[in-house]
Design a protein around this ligand. Structure first.
Ligand SMILES: [Cu+2]
Length: 409
């Protein structure tokens, strides 16, 4: 419940030194869980006590923050900060989409020589951005595709009743891949992005959920039936990433599924979530402006960069408490990048030079590939400290696409 404090004692019984990051939370910097930046990594047999008042309300999560090969995310989960003032659903389900990586492909991807293919579905934004000469080398192959720890048909059915208003809280905990998620036979009403309420809910057929993103989506059960909620991909294996939504009496029925393509479907984009674009009124006021060029990812290299530099040599953002900060990204690479800022909620303002009608409150945002741009603003009103800003694609982060926002004084 929002307003309560938590105490989480982290005891590390593995051989891998790591920390726990509370993704999407605004909290004291010392509790943010970044090794060597906000705390020493917790080694085998050691304990670390995290204590803070979770917030803001919404669908947040936690995960380990290794920043080195061997400490790939193995500890994670959804963290719901319940808002007592919010409308209640008849049923609510938390769904964590995650995938088990093939570690050999992870090591190859870090070196830029992986042979794993891109798996986005036909009709997706990523496929549209592909150029004929794009050479992969950075993708990870996955051995299993899960929701809440299981693959279909071993996932637990979501039981609903006719007339129910159902709320889904969806997290993409995949290390590298965007997920397209659809509930067969239903439109979804999206109310929250990364846990933050949209100014106006939007209705779509398919959610596009980048790495580390969360969406809250609602639907109404209007008739008896059984339908698959699933990841849509060009990789047939991803079809195991599914759960059945069913009414009583439909236990034996074979569920309705979805086709592999997104053709003709209404897909959630930032533009849609924000009510479209408006005429650009010019730059909005800000005390601090920073422009970053995202680069790297050449085949056969271990380099993903910000302004040509790799962490820890990347240029930092210096702010003072109370500053209005605008950060603009230009992406020179052929992959999109889910850029995440710790300890703040930001508002996406522009995409490819066009201004969103309603700035979109998030903590991670996909910067479009091949020269795409995206900008966000935030107010430096979080507790002072060093707040990481990085690509949430685990390979890109390990290969250096990371910087920080530092509060001066
Ligand atoms: Cu990236």
């Amino acid at each position: 419940m929002h307003g309560q404090r938590i105490r989480a004692s982290y005891l590390n019984l593995t051989d891998v030194a790591t920390t726990v990051h509370w993704h999407g939370m605004i909290l004291p910097n010392a509790m943010d869980g970044v090794p060597y930046v906000t705390q020493a990594p917790v080694t085998k047999g050691e304990r670390f006590l995290y204590e803070f008042a979770p917030g803001p309300p919404g669908t947040r999560w936690y995960h380990d923050h290794g920043m080195m090969l061997g400490a790939l995310r193995g500890l994670f989960g959804m963290f719901i900060v319940d808002d007592p003032k919010e409308e209640r659903a008849d049923r609510e389900f938390a769904l964590v989409f995650h995938d088990v990586p093939d570690m050999a492909s992870v090591r190859a991807a870090v070196k830029g020589v992986s042979t794993a293919p891109m798996t986005d579905p036909m009709g997706s934004l990523e496929m549209a951005e592909m150029r004929p000469n794009d050479r992969m080398g950075d993708e990870v192959s996955y051995l299993a595709h899960c929701i809440n720890g299981g693959s279909y048909p071993h996932t637990q059915a979501l039981r609903v009743a006719v007339g129910d208003r159902v709320r889904l809280r969806i997290l993409n905990a995949n290390l590298t891949q965007t997920r397209y998620i659809r509930l067969a036979g239903h439109r979804l009403t999206v109310t929250h992005a990364d846990g933050n309420p949209l100014q106006k809910p939007v209705e779509v057929d398919v959610l596009r959920v980048g790495v580390a993103e969360r969406y809250d989506a609602w639907f109404t059960v209007t008739k008896p039936g059984a339908w698959l909620l699933q990841g849509i991909s060009s990789d047939p294996l991803v079809y195991e990433q599914a759960v059945v939504v069913r009414t009583a009496g439909m236990e034996g029925a074979s569920p309705h599924g979805s086709a592999e393509s997104l053709d003709g479907l209404d897909v959630l984009t930032y533009e849609k979530a924000a009510g479209g674009f408006v005429a650009n009124a010019g730059a909005q006021p800000a005390n601090v402006r920073k422009h970053f060029t995202l680069g790297g990812g050449e085949y056969g290299t271990s380099m993903w960069s910000i302004d040509g530099k790799q962490w820890p040599n990347t240029p930092k953002v210096e702010v003072h408490s109370g500053d209005r900060v605008v950060i603009a990204f230009t992406n020179k690479t052929d992959m999109e990048h889910p850029m995440h800022l710790h300890g703040h909620v930001f508002h996406i303002e522009t995409i490819n030079g066009r201004r969103l009608a309603r700035p979109l409150a998030k903590d991670v945002a996909l910067v479009p590939a091949n020269g795409g741009t995206l900008s966000w603003r935030f107010d430096a009103t979080s507790p002072p400290g060093r707040w990481l800003l990085h690509c949430h694609n685990e390979i890109h982060m390990m290969d250096g696409m990371m910087t920080e926002v530092d509060y001066a004084g």
